[in-house]
Design a binder for this molecule. Structure first.
Ligand code: SF4
Ligand code: SF4
Length: 288
């Protein structure tokens, strides 16, 4: 399905042409997570949407508004404000929504963008639509329970802990229903899939086909970065050939995102050319 949201033309992740013209700013207001992925060491960062480098600081919603005001003076052409961790945007949804409300009041013309593992997203789809969040990313790594059980060590949902196949079933159901509900609200959805050799590398085309049928706009295959102190630390990085083959498989069913920069949760600026002054600025505002 073609992504017809005209705003995507100015979102640097959803449109390759926009990459060199428009900047994005991530606000690190979501430190907690409600699942444990086998590739993530939270001492570093969220591998869903970032390279494994620490976010310089965590901001409260109020601090994030002040930070956006300041960074807007330093970076031109900011089209998009996103929440991409370092944990999950819906582990503490009240913080996420407060930050969006505060910033939206002052910057109504920006695109608002959220990224999530999809576990606790479905209950908030109406709120997301009411706040005019137009772009959402969900990480979906597989549609097979046995694979998901290898990827998710545990998941916490409605104050209950799930492990093994029970966690896999929960993730699969919540992610799929969230995707359908977002599409039904005309929200543009990108799917991130972490390409994990020996775990889900033979399922990439299947994921592309299913999410394409469910109405996602684009798919971003993120090659695993084996990270210390994680279950997948001993796995090989995907080879260039595997990455190329995966893009080819995706392209048969859905537009692939081929320009992801695996940004930090506090990234600011053009994709691939982050403004490193932003990290210092975040530290200043986090200390206020
Ligand atoms: Fe880490 Fe993100 Fe997975 Fe949570 S959803 S465990 S922060 S990669
Ligand atoms: Fe865009 Fe990828 Fe960076 Fe997320 S991690 S902001 S999808 S380029």
């Amino acid at each position: 399905m073609e992504n017809t949201n005209p705003l995507s033309k100015t979102h640097p992740c959803f449109d390759k042409e926009a990459k060199g013209k428009y900047a994005r700013v991530h606000i690190p207001v979501a430190p907690k997570c409600n699942v444990q992925c086998g590739y993530c060491n939270r001492k570093y960062d969220c591998v869903n949407e970032s390279r494994p480098g620490v976010t310089s600081s965590i901001l409260t919603p109020q601090q994030s508004l002040q930070y956006i005001k300041a960074i807007s003076q330093k970076i031109d052409n900011i089209s998009t404000i996103g929440i991409a961790g370092p944990g999950d945007a819906f582990a503490e949804p009240e913080k996420t929504f407060e930050a969006i409300r505060l910033i939206k009041d002052e910057f109504p013309d920006k695109i608002f963008c959220l990224s999530s593992n999809g576990l606790n997203l479905l209950p908030y789809v109406d709120q997301i639509a009411e706040l005019d969040v137009t772009h959402v990313t969900i990480t979906i790594n597989s549609f097979r329970l046995e694979t998901l059980a290898k990827i998710y060590n545990w998941a916490r949902f409605n104050k209950k802990m799930y492990r093994g196949i029970a966690a896999a079933e929960l993730m699969l159901e919540q992610q799929t229903e969230a995707l359908k509900a977002l599409v039904a609200k005309n929200i543009t959805v990108k799917i991130n899939t972490v390409l994990i050799p020996g775990v889900n590398d033979t399922e990439i085309e299947e994921v592309a086909q299913i999410i394409g049928e469910l109405g996602a706009a684009t798919m971003n295959c993120i090659p695993l970065i084996p990270t210390e102190d994680t279950e997948f630390s001993d796995l090989e990085k995907p080879s260039s050939q595997l990455v190329r083959d995966s893009y080819r498989a995706v392209r048969k069913h859905i537009k692939p995102m081929t320009h992801c920069s695996r940004c930090r949760a506090d990234a600011a600026g053009m994709l691939g050319n982050d403004n490193i002054d932003a990290y210092k600025l975040i530290e200043e505002y986090a200390a206020m």
